[in-house]
Design a protein. Structure first.
Length: 131
Protein backbone atom coordinates (compact mmCIF):
# COMPACT_ATOMS: atom_id res chain seq x y z
CA UNK A 1 0.00 0.00 0.00
CA UNK A 2 2.82 2.42 0.79
CA UNK A 3 4.36 1.85 -2.61
CA UNK A 4 1.00 2.50 -4.30
CA UNK A 5 0.61 5.78 -2.46
CA UNK A 6 4.07 6.95 -3.56
CA UNK A 7 3.06 6.73 -7.21
CA UNK A 8 -0.12 8.74 -7.49
CA UNK A 9 -1.37 11.17 -10.07
CA UNK A 10 -3.25 14.38 -9.48
CA UNK A 11 -6.66 14.79 -11.10
CA UNK A 12 -8.52 18.07 -11.09
CA UNK A 13 -12.30 17.95 -11.19
CA UNK A 14 -14.24 21.21 -10.97
CA UNK A 15 -11.13 22.95 -9.65
CA UNK A 16 -10.58 20.42 -6.85
CA UNK A 17 -7.44 18.32 -6.93
CA UNK A 18 -7.50 14.64 -6.00
CA UNK A 19 -4.71 12.12 -5.60
CA UNK A 20 -5.57 8.89 -7.38
CA UNK A 21 -3.66 5.74 -8.16
CA UNK A 22 -1.87 5.47 -11.48
CA UNK A 23 -4.17 3.79 -13.99
CA UNK A 24 -2.06 0.62 -14.08
CA UNK A 25 -2.19 0.36 -10.27
CA UNK A 26 -5.93 1.01 -10.29
CA UNK A 27 -6.44 -1.73 -12.88
CA UNK A 28 -4.33 -4.18 -10.91
CA UNK A 29 -6.29 -3.34 -7.76
CA UNK A 30 -9.59 -3.94 -9.54
CA UNK A 31 -8.32 -7.29 -10.86
CA UNK A 32 -7.26 -8.38 -7.37
CA UNK A 33 -10.66 -7.35 -6.02
CA UNK A 34 -12.56 -9.40 -8.62
CA UNK A 35 -10.28 -12.40 -8.13
CA UNK A 36 -10.75 -12.23 -4.36
CA UNK A 37 -14.52 -12.12 -4.77
CA UNK A 38 -14.44 -15.07 -7.17
CA UNK A 39 -12.32 -17.12 -4.80
CA UNK A 40 -14.11 -16.40 -1.53
CA UNK A 41 -17.65 -15.32 -2.42
CA UNK A 42 -18.18 -17.19 -5.70
CA UNK A 43 -20.45 -14.40 -6.93
CA UNK A 44 -19.03 -11.40 -8.74
CA UNK A 45 -21.35 -8.71 -9.97
CA UNK A 46 -21.23 -7.61 -13.57
CA UNK A 47 -20.53 -4.04 -12.43
CA UNK A 48 -17.04 -5.08 -11.26
CA UNK A 49 -16.18 -6.35 -14.74
CA UNK A 50 -17.72 -3.19 -16.18
CA UNK A 51 -15.51 -1.05 -13.94
CA UNK A 52 -12.47 -2.75 -15.45
CA UNK A 53 -13.84 -2.34 -18.96
CA UNK A 54 -14.56 1.35 -18.45
CA UNK A 55 -11.12 2.03 -16.97
CA UNK A 56 -9.40 0.34 -19.91
CA UNK A 57 -11.57 2.16 -22.48
CA UNK A 58 -11.28 5.58 -20.82
CA UNK A 59 -7.59 5.61 -19.98
CA UNK A 60 -4.43 4.91 -21.90
CA UNK A 61 -3.19 1.85 -20.00
CA UNK A 62 0.51 1.23 -20.41
CA UNK A 63 0.36 -2.55 -20.71
CA UNK A 64 4.12 -2.99 -20.27
CA UNK A 65 3.95 -1.12 -16.95
CA UNK A 66 0.88 -3.13 -15.92
CA UNK A 67 2.63 -6.44 -16.66
CA UNK A 68 5.76 -5.34 -14.80
CA UNK A 69 3.71 -4.32 -11.74
CA UNK A 70 1.74 -7.56 -11.81
CA UNK A 71 4.91 -9.62 -11.91
CA UNK A 72 6.55 -7.53 -9.19
CA UNK A 73 3.55 -8.19 -6.92
CA UNK A 74 3.41 -11.86 -7.99
CA UNK A 75 -0.22 -11.50 -9.09
CA UNK A 76 0.17 -11.83 -12.84
CA UNK A 77 -1.83 -15.05 -13.06
CA UNK A 78 -4.82 -13.69 -11.16
CA UNK A 79 -4.67 -10.57 -13.35
CA UNK A 80 -4.66 -12.89 -16.37
CA UNK A 81 -7.70 -14.81 -15.13
CA UNK A 82 -9.74 -11.66 -14.54
CA UNK A 83 -8.64 -9.91 -17.74
CA UNK A 84 -9.36 -13.06 -19.73
CA UNK A 85 -12.92 -12.95 -18.42
CA UNK A 86 -13.16 -9.24 -19.22
CA UNK A 87 -11.93 -10.04 -22.71
CA UNK A 88 -14.61 -12.73 -23.01
CA UNK A 89 -17.28 -10.19 -22.10
CA UNK A 90 -16.03 -7.17 -24.06
CA UNK A 91 -13.95 -8.60 -26.92
CA UNK A 92 -11.84 -7.04 -28.38
CA UNK A 93 -10.35 -5.02 -25.56
CA UNK A 94 -7.05 -6.31 -24.19
CA UNK A 95 -3.97 -6.83 -26.37
CA UNK A 96 -3.39 -10.53 -27.02
CA UNK A 97 0.30 -10.21 -26.17
CA UNK A 98 -0.61 -8.78 -22.76
CA UNK A 99 -2.75 -11.80 -21.97
CA UNK A 100 -0.02 -14.12 -23.21
CA UNK A 101 2.61 -12.38 -21.07
CA UNK A 102 0.42 -12.60 -17.95
CA UNK A 103 -0.39 -16.26 -18.49
CA UNK A 104 2.14 -18.03 -16.28
CA UNK A 105 1.21 -21.55 -17.32
CA UNK A 106 1.88 -20.72 -20.98
CA UNK A 107 -1.29 -22.44 -22.22
CA UNK A 108 -2.26 -19.22 -23.92
CA UNK A 109 -0.88 -19.36 -27.44
CA UNK A 110 -0.53 -16.47 -29.87
CA UNK A 111 -3.01 -17.97 -32.30
CA UNK A 112 -5.80 -18.32 -29.74
CA UNK A 113 -8.74 -16.14 -30.66
CA UNK A 114 -11.58 -15.49 -28.26
CA UNK A 115 -14.69 -16.88 -29.89
CA UNK A 116 -17.81 -15.77 -28.08
CA UNK A 117 -20.20 -17.58 -30.42
CA UNK A 118 -19.02 -21.12 -29.67
CA UNK A 119 -17.74 -20.95 -26.14
CA UNK A 120 -19.66 -22.76 -23.39
CA UNK A 121 -17.47 -21.12 -20.76
CA UNK A 122 -18.49 -17.69 -22.01
CA UNK A 123 -22.18 -18.58 -21.78
CA UNK A 124 -21.61 -19.98 -18.31
CA UNK A 125 -19.84 -16.76 -17.21
CA UNK A 126 -22.70 -14.66 -18.55
CA UNK A 127 -25.34 -16.81 -16.84
CA UNK A 128 -23.47 -16.51 -13.53
CA UNK A 129 -23.21 -12.74 -13.87
CA UNK A 130 -26.80 -12.20 -14.94
CA UNK A 131 -28.44 -14.45 -12.33
Amino acid sequence: TEELLKNVQILTIDGVQFKVLLWEDMLLSLCVDVYKDKKYNKDVSLCKYTDIYRLIKAQNINWDVFIKKGKAQNVEYLAFEVLYEVEELYYPLIPLLTLKELSTDKFFEEDVVVNQDHNDWHADLLSKLLN
